[in-house]
Each structure stands twice: as structure tokens, then as C-alpha cells.
Design a binder for this molecule. Structure first.
Ligand SMILES: Cc1ncc(COP(=O)(O)O)c(C=O)c1O
Length: 375
């Protein structure tokens, strides 16, 4: 007799890691909220996207290449790899690209960590894809709490690592706090890890820091044989929806990455868009200016309303309303007014909220709504 269609999805028919898996919680979408509250206009400040949208040069490129969508991209996306190597002043044999940096995180785990044998070390809270994908791999996750002020005890992180630690994940600037550790502390961690342990420095928000040259170690990748750097086109380059991330890895690891990566995970339009985004220096400069100014505007505005705002070097701010208990109701009341921000319940921080920096007008509308709700 044939099994019933669902019998293959009974709990004992899937891997134990899959059975207990909890999905990543994304920010709410604009359409969802428009429909739920019957709103014509919704402002999304929930997913740290680019407040200026898609660069004009990229839009033009997408129009021009729309007719090529029927083609497979060139295997390995070599033009994009070369352009990224030039952009960062690193050698091309270190550069890998992926379907968002999410894909690179997932593949680094699968390349390095042996299920049931290795462990992964990171902070708590941290960007949730690290522990989620590690668990899916059947790899133990060891987490060190951040300090109360959300700074990172990087020296103590070393004490969690042993000869079975395949990867250590550090995010700088951090998500969801926006905290940015000094480059020296990250360097010290890299140099102190056990042999055989890869340090993954996730720099998704690095372009937004006040002084990138002093804060990022990426340019020194060649000096750090045990360190991988991750970057993304989703934030300052404004390509979140096209899914494009990249990494600067030790060359041998990059070679394994290229071997195991699904052949066409960076699609032909994402590749062309990425190449154009790298060239649009005007859009990039405008983005950085708007984000840095908006960060100041939101910090001052929220503090004036009695909120606790954590110092951020990213394109978002983590904050607590005057009473932590108000966080869920402030989030809901903002939604009803058509402003989506990010509750941090899924990071086990129910008393905190995260707001992405928007345009001048979006920031002002957000602050005005907060003022009315908190009054
Ligand atoms: C710290 C961090 N790393 C990586 C990512 C993933 O970025 P991508 O869109 O390139 O997958 C994010 C996305 O929000 C992030 O916050």
C-alpha cells in the first residue's frame, strides 16, 4: 500500500534538527500592514534597508538587462568578484559571493563544522541566522551573554572556544544593538583563538560607522589567516530584495566555498546590479550622509521623549521606551499608524525595540507618532 501523502512528514520522518527548528522571524512587510489596518501609506523602518531605495544607476542597469533574465549567469560570477576585490583592495582569490550573506554564513558552517563533533561560538543576543543555521547543521552553539550595556566581552568569548570550535561569529557593528567593538579587540580575539578555529567577522553594517578605516580589519585580511569577513549589498548598496552578499575569506577556504556553492545562487540581474551599485559613488555617499544624519536625529528625538537609546554605528537604533513594559504597546500603536519597526522579542529582548534609520520625513513622522503615543 502507498503511504499517505503526509506520512513522510511525520516527526520521525525528518531529521531531529528540522523537527525542532524555529524559523527566522523577518520584519513585517508593508503589504501585510496595509491590508491589516486598511492603510494607504506605510513606512517601513524594520529591516535596516536603504532609506533612499534603489540607486538610479542600478535601476537603469536592471532595465537594460531585463531581457537577459532567461540566461544563466556566468559560473562563479567572475566580473563581480574582480570588481569587489578592486573595491576593497584585496586579492580576488579571497572573494566569494552569495545569495545574501545569509548563504555565505550557512555554507561556512557546512564547510567547516562536523555535525555532532564541532561547536560554534557567538554572543547572546546575536544575528539569529548564526545559531539557527548552526543548529540545522547539528552543531552545538555556545553563547556568551553581551554585557548589560550590550558591549561585547571579546576576551571572554575566547574562553568558550576549544579545539572543537569550528567557527566564532562576531558582528561589527552589532545587530540588534548597533555597538561597534574597537578593531584592536577584534584583532586580539583573532590572534588568540585556538588553531583550527575560523573567526567570522560579520561587517554587514560596517559602511555606516563614523571611521571605517579605523574600525574595519578587512583591508588587513592577508595578515589574518584564520579570519573571514562578510559584507552585503542589502544595506548601503540598497539591494536587499535581489539577495547579494560577499565574503573575503582565507584563499583555501574560498576555494572550498566555490567548490560547494550551488552554481547559480547569485542571479544574472543581481550580478549586474551589484556591479552598478559599486560604481554609483554618488548614491553611496548620499546614503551614508542620510543614515549618519538620521541616526543623530532619531537618537536626539527619542532621548527627548525619555527613551533610552543605545549608541549605534549602524543604520538602526535599539531603544527602550521610558518604561520597558511599553515596548509591545508602542510597537503595536506605531503599526496602527502605519509605521513598522522591529520588536526584539525574537532576540529575547521584549522590553526593547529597533528602528531603522529612514529619510528625514520618515524619521520625523516616526518621532511625531512616538510623541503622541507616549504622551
Ligand atoms: C548582522 C547581519 N549579517 C548578515 C545579514 C544578512 O544579510 P543579507 O541580506 O546579505 O543576507 C544581516 C541582515 O539583516 C545582518 O543583520
Amino acid at each position: 500500500m502507498n503511504p499517505s501523502p503526509d506520512s513522510l512528514a511525520e516527526p520521525d520522518q525528518v531529521r531531529p534538527e528540522v523537527r525542532g527548528f524555529t524559523a527566522y522571524v523577518p520584519g513585517l512587510s508593508i503589504d501585510e500592514i496595509k491590508e491589516k489596518y486598511g492603510l494607504a501609506r506605510v513606512i517601513k523602518m524594520a529591516s535596516n534597508e536603504n532609506p533612499l531605495g534603489t540607486s538610479p544607476l542600478v535601476r537603469e542597469t536592471l532595465r537594460r538587462h531585463a531581457a537577459s533574465a532567461f540566461r544563466y549567469p556566468q559560473g562563479g560570477n567572475p566580473r563581480l568578484v574582480t570588481a569587489l576585490a578592486r573595491h576593497h583592495g584585496v586579492s580576488a582569490d579571497r572573494v566569494v559571493v552569495g545569495n545574501g550573506s545569509d548563504e555565505i554564513i550557512d555554507l561556512l558552517l557546512r564547510i567547516r563544522a562536523v555535525p555532532g563533533r564541532h561547536n560554534v561560538v557567538t554572543f547572546d543576543p546575536c544575528f539569529s541566522i548564526y545559531p539557527l543555521q548552526a543548529r540545522l547543521c547539528g552543531v552545538e552553539v555556545r553563547r556568551l551573554p553581551l554585557r548589560k550595556d550590550f558591549s561585547q566581552p571579546l576576551r571572554d568569548l575566547r574562553t568558550l572556544a576549544d579545539d572543537r570550535t569550528a567557527l566564532v561569529f562576531v558582528t561589527t557593528p552589532d545587530n540588534p544593538s548597533g555597538y561597534c567593538p574597537p578593531a584592536d579587540a577584534v584583532l586580539e580575539l583573532a590572534r588568540s583563538l585556538p588553531p583550527g578555529c575560523l573567526l567570522v567577522v560579520d561587517e554587514a553594517y560596517m559602511d555606516f560607522v563614523d571611521d571605517e578605516a579605523a574600525t574595519s580589519l578587512l583591508r588587513r585580511a592577508a595578515e589574518l589567516p584564520n579570519t573571514a569577513f562578510l559584507r552585503t549589498f542589502s544595506k548601503s548598496f540598497g539591494l536587499a530584495g535581489l539577495r547579494l552578499g560577499y565574503g573575503v575569506l582565507p584563499p583555501r577556504l574560498a576555494e572550498y566555498y566555490r567548490r560547494v556553492r550551488l552554481p547559480f545562487s547569485v542571479n544574472i540581474l543581481a550580478e549586474e546590479a551589484g556591479l552598478s551599485a559599486l560604481e554609483d559613488a554618488t548614491f553611496r555617499a548620499a546614503t551614508l550622509r542620510v543614515v549618519r544624519e538620521g541616526r543623530r536625529q532619531l537618537t536626539e528625538g527619542l532621548r527627548a521623549l525619555g527613551c533610552t537609546v543605545y549608541a549605534s554605528q549602524a543604520n538602526f537604533l535599539m531603544f527602550a521606551p521610558p518604561s520597558g513594559r511599553q515596548a509591545p504597546s508602542l510597537f503595536e500603536a506605531l503599526l496602527a499608524r502605519g509605521i513598522i519597526i522591529r520588536p526584539l522579542k525574537s532576540y529575547a529582548l521584549p522590553h526593547l525595540l529597533r528602528v531603522s534609520v529612514g529619510t528625514d520625513e520618515e524619521n520625523a513622522a516616526f518621532l511625531q507618532c512616538c510623541k503622541e503615543i507616549l504622551a
